[in-house]
Design a protein around this ligand. Sequence first.
Ligand code: ZN
Ligand code: ZN
Length: 407
Amino acid sequence: MEEFKMLFKNKTTILSKCKLFISSFKPVIFVALVLVTSAIRSQETLNKSVSPASVGVWLKGDLHVHSRHSTESSNNSISKIINFSKSVKMDYVCITDHDNHVHGDVEHHTWSDPEFKSDSLLLLYGAEWTTTRGHGNVFSDKPYNHQKLFDVRDQRDVNIGKVKKLLSIHLSANHPSGKDNFGFSYDLVQSIEVWNSAFWPKNANAIMIWDDMLSSGRMMTGRGGSDAHHGVPNGSEKPTSNTYQAEYNYVGTPTTWVFAKERSLKAVVDALTQAKVSVSSNPFAPRVEFYADANGDGKFEMMMGDNIKSNGKPVKFRVQLNGNLLPDADYTITVIKNGGKFDTYNLRGSTPMIEFEDTPNPQGRTYYRVTVEGTNTPYPQVPKSMALSEKMVALSNPIYFNFNPDF
Ligand SMILES: [Zn+2]
Ligand SMILES: [Zn+2]
């Protein structure tokens, strides 16, 4: 929250930049709005697209949202978050209120709010673990004893690890660089927030930390989270000095896609842990999928999050964009191998796929991940977010060779 305020210290510059940006692209935005509408219509087909790797369903959501149970949020009731999420066709959301604002008793605040229910949106159980050594998010498919994790927040990592294991929860490092950065051992977490809020440029250090963790042999999921605190006032609600933020950053900026075995809370958390995950700048931006054919049979049996032993033979990789693509748009695909740039490829909206080949080291560890840059898809519900996301469209999780999953 404080971090987000800092971002907007220079609000007037950003605002005028955005205005300039938006006025020079008005016709483009109009065309894009029409395309967004058709994208919403085709959403169901998009979600059902079959992966060459295995059977499942792509589900999209936001893993970091604050409701009125975080004391510094404004005009952001749980029902408002849920209704908004449904209106932009989100499949799941995790409301992650600051646990210290309720002394750890998330169970009798966020989760017992009468508005905490939905017949169509999957609502994960979680909270932002808010400690003097930084912030982390918990994701769970069922209620758990969050109080226990809150109570050990100032203890040694080894004790925290024991409690985490006892509770069977997924713990994730939040905004790993900058203010309130995650200051515990990364052995405690399964994932890391590599894309926090719509404002892409500030995530550069988070990406560097992620690459360092991967290079050290950890298999760690990269995920997004809007960290949105402020909603648009409605009815009798009054605007606050932070209300303007809702136009720049809200649910879905960014959007985290998970390839889940089925539409269930458990499958979402499992996919998150297994890194069957990619992140897009907003719910209407293209989704990146990353596959590999390691045995040369023409079938791309590996996908993001998978790990196999390298046999010293060349592997074919496939990068595919799905969703709301502009046919004439150009996207730049950058392949990262072991933390460094491997190569870049140009991809056209009309044929949204590229393939490349490389031989992973048969002795040491190798990982590959991809980023997608290009023209961002408008998000009319959060109209000023695309200017903050700049050229960043999407990123994938890694495909691993020779990693020890028990690192
Ligand atoms: Zn935080
Ligand atoms: Zn937060």
